[in-house]
Each structure stands twice: as structure tokens, then as C-alpha cells.
Design a protein around this ligand. Structure first.
Ligand code: ZN
Length: 446
């Protein structure tokens, strides 16, 4: 791959260890890696991308999503329901999905993320109806060109066992563990610069048994992969844990091996002071999903308190059925605003929210090779055009989340251009949208 020089950014927001912001900043990329950062770097015959009128940042990192849900956005029966009711509306629709629904919906969700500045996304897929597999989403990520951390989710307690999902969407626990081993062995890449890393992710403590939670943790440690699930999302969730398990979610997680720097939990809206301490002490990460929490009325996660206590916090757009968009830079702005609602206007700056969206995400996913613009890091870079109407009159372009665009001009992943001039450069997106809408119509008519 030829060298690329990104040249003359109005402001280069590095998010490096010194949090440098460089006026007229340049970045040289070679072999997918950042090899030089500075000003007035000489051209050496490689491709030059002019970034005048732009702010350049590290690519954003999305740590919680259910990509398949892009096929069930704004479903009428679920638009105004609380979490458990919302799930019960959508489960029967999801039961009709198959491999093509999984692949196309993942391409849509990942493209939406890419256009909003995301270079690395995780996904939490926990239902596998009609022959669909984790492989379908990995294929989609490969086509779109994003760095991808799919997690093999699972549900094993169906309606007939007192669970929430219909029996057709749950799997036997032995089969779940067997397929976890298959996908880790087949796809997980532990090396620097890996484009795919697999995690293990039972859907939530209320959709699998205590045994499966424990076995999943043992398997993940044995394979050296990460663990992910939903935790402490809302009041119903806490009440369920206290009633069924006799303890709060933090205690349940700790008892079953679900704390540590190889674990991250989605939401954590209702963590109490002790649980925040536990997460900080154990290095357990949190995927904060502000739009989803607003959308489902779950509450405001104590992100300020978590950050002050030393908890690793990252961002997640969550599934498109509970957001219903998947725009990651908009999610970062929402995270900033929501902390201000709870704690005042000085509770979170635009720069801190951008840090959570970049470095924060990389730290939660265990990627010390991503999340900042520094020599030796992978070339995952977002170029934001701040010459447009959203930024006109702006005094501080690096405060991107206060007055910036919600779509990138260019996006590079591992040095490869995924978005060019605001359009997907890797796939024929209009064709994929057409197919997605046809699949959605098919699901509506069933
Ligand atoms: Zn979720």
C-alpha cells in the first residue's frame, strides 16, 4: 500500500498522551500505521489528502451495538414501550431473520457508523434464527472495511422456562459454548493491528443461566478473549437481579468471574457507589449508551462519577431498534449533554466526550494500538469538514461536539480509505440500502 500524507488540517486533535492539538497538522501513513505526525512534512511521492478546512481526529470507537436491529428501526409497537415490553414486541419479528438479514443489516449499521466517524466497532449478536451465524456479520465488516469486534451472544432461557424470549430464539447451553469455541478459533486475531477480534457475550444475566455465565467466563479466559453483556440497565433490571439472584448486578457479575480488564458491560445506568468502586478496582469497562438510555427512559448513567473513580468508560450507539440511529459522533455529543443535565454545565467538556469516544473506546476494547494519532498506532483516522454551515462562526473548531458536522468527509481504517468526500468508498451503499428496505418490507408483511 502506497504512503498517504494527510496534510494541513486546521486542527489535528491527536488524543495522544499529551493531548496535543496541532494547527496545520500533518499525518503520514505507511503500511496501515501512522509513521509521522507534525507540521509541514515533506511529500514523498505518495497520495496527498488535503485537509485544509478540516479537523482531524482519531477514528471513533463504538463498544456496543446490535447491528441486526437496523432492520427493525421505529417499529410502531415498540416505539414507546419500556425495555421489557419493547423486547417482547420485537422478538417475534427477529425470529424471522436469516443469514441475509444479518449480513445486509450489518452492512447498513457499519456504513452508518463509518459515515459518522467510527473506525472500530464491536457488535453483540445474541440470536441466530434460521441458520444465521456470527460469520454473516464478520463478512459484512470485511466488505465495509471497518475494524470489527463481534461478540458471540446467547440466550438460553425461553418463555417456557420463565424467560422473556420465545423458545424459538433460545439455544441449548452446550451448543452455545461449542459455537463460541468455533468462532473464536476461526476468527479471533490477537495480533497488533488485528481487523477482527471475537468476544463472548451471553445476552444478559436474565436470559441465560448462572452456569452459562460462569462457563462463558472460564472459556473466555482460557481463549484469551473478552467478555461482554448488558448490566444494570434500568430499575426493572435491578429489581429482577435482587429478586432472582438475591443480590445487585455488580455482586452477581463479580461472583461469576465477570469483572476484570477483559470485561466490559453495556449501560450500567444503575450502578451504585460500591459497584463503581468494584469496576474501578477491577479494571472493568463500561459501554455508555446515552441515546438508548434516553430512548427507553432508562435513566442517566453516572458517567461523571465513574470517570472520577477511575472506571474505563466508552461509548455505544446500542441497537438501532432502541436509538433508532447509529451516529457515533452524535452519540458523543449526547453523552456530553446528558452529564450536564445531571451534574451541571461544567460536568463534561466537548474534549472529554471526544476522548471517551476515541481513546476511551480503544482502552475498553483492549486496543492499545488504536484510539489516538501517534507514531506507531494504527492509521484509523476521521477527517471532519468544518467549513460548512454547522461550524460557520465557530471560534474553536476542536470543540467538534459543540459545533461540528455529524458526518465525516473522509475516513481511514488501517490506512485504507473507507469514506471519501462523504460517501462510502468500499461498497455500493445505495444498492445495499435498496436491499435492506426490501428485506424490511418482507418482514413487515409476514
Ligand atoms: Zn444492547
Amino acid at each position: 500500500m502506497a504512503d498517504i500524507l494527510i496534510r494541513g488540517a486546521d486542527t489535528l486533535v491527536t488524543m495522544d498522551d499529551a493531548r496535543r492539538e496541532i494547527a496545520g497538522g500533518d499525518i503520514r501513513i505507511s503500511g496501515g500505521v501512522i509513521v509521522e505526525v507534525g507540521q509541514n512534512l515533506p511529500e514523498n511521492g505518495g497520495e496527498v489528502v488535503h485537509a485544509k478546512g478540516c479537523v482531524v481526529t482519531p477514528g471513533l470507537v463504538n463498544t456496543h451495538h446490535h447491528l441486526y436491529q437496523t432492520l427493525t428501526r421505529a417499529v410502531p409497537g415498540g416505539q414507546d414501550a419500556l425495555l421489557f415490553g419493547w423486547l417482547q414486541t420485537l422478538y417475534p419479528i427477529w425470529a424471522n431473520f436469516g443469514p441475509e438479514e444479518m449480513r445486509i443489516s450489518a452492512m447498513i449499521g457499519l456504513s452508518e457508523l463509518a459515515l459518522s466517524g467510527c473506525t472500530l466497532s464491536s457488535d453483540h449478536l445474541y440470536l441466530f434464527p434460521n441458520g444465521s451465524r456470527l460469520d454473516d456479520t464478520i463478512e459484512a465488516a470485511h466488505e465495509v472495511g471497518l475494524r470489527f469486534h463481534p461478540t458471540r451472544g446467547a440466550m438460553s432461557i425461553g418463555e417456557s422456562d420463565g424467560g422473556l424470549p420465545p423458545d424459538s430464539l433460545v439455544e441449548a447451553e452446550a451448543a452455545i459454548l461449542k459455537d463460541c469455541i468455533r468462532v473464536v478459533d476461526r476468527f479471533h486475531d490477537a495480533s497488533d493491528g488485528a481487523m477482527v477480534r471475537v468476544g463472548i457475550a451471553p445476552c444478559s444475566p436474565f436470559s441465560v443461566s448462572r452456569d452459562l455465565m460462569r462457563d462463558a467466563a472460564l472459556l473466555a479466559r482460557d481463549k484469551g478473549v473478552m467478555l461482554h453483556t448488558h448490566l444494570a440497565e434500568n430499575d426493572e433490571d435491578i429489581a429482577y437481579s435482587v429478586e432472582k439472584f438475591g443480590c445487585r448486578p455488580g455482586q452477581y457479575a463479580e461472583d461469576l468471574g465477570w469483572t476484570g480488564d477483559d470485561v466490559w458491560h453495556a449501560h450500567c445506568v444503575k450502578l451504585d457507589g460500591q459497584e463503581i468502586e468494584l469496576f474501578a478496582k477491577s479494571g472493568t469497562g463500561v459501554a455508555h449508551c446515552p441515546c438508548s438510555n434516553c430512548r427507553l427512559g432508562s435513566g442517566i448513567a453516572p458517567v461523571r462519577q465513574m470517570r472520577d473513580a477511575g472506571v474505563k468508560v466508552a461509548l455505544g450507539v446500542d441497537g438501532s431498534a432502541s436509538n433508532d440511529v447509529g451516529n457515533l459522533v452524535a452519540e458523543a455529543r449526547q453523552a456530553m449533554l446528558l452529564q450536564r443535565v445531571q451534574n451541571g454545565a461544567d460536568a463534561m467538556s466537548a474534549r472529554e466526550a471526544l476522548e471517551i469516544a476515541t481513546r476511551g473506546g480503544a482502552a475498553v476494547l483492549g486496543r492499545d494500538d488504536c484510539g489516538q494519532i501517534a507514531v506507531g498506532k494504527r492509521a484509523d483516522i476521521a477527517v471532519w469538514d468544518v467549513s460548512g454551515v454547522e461550524s460557520a462562526g465557530c471560534w474553536d473548531a476542536a470543540a467538534l461536539l459543540l459545533a461540528g458536522p455529524t458526518r465525516v468527509r473522509d475516513l481511514f481504517v488501517e490506512g485504507r480509505q473507507v469514506v471519501r468526500d462523504g460517501q462510502m468508498a468500499t461498497i455500493d451503499l445505495p444498492r445495499v440500502i435498496e436491499r435492506q428496505n426490501a428485506l424490511a418490507r418482507g418482514l413487515m408483511e409476514r
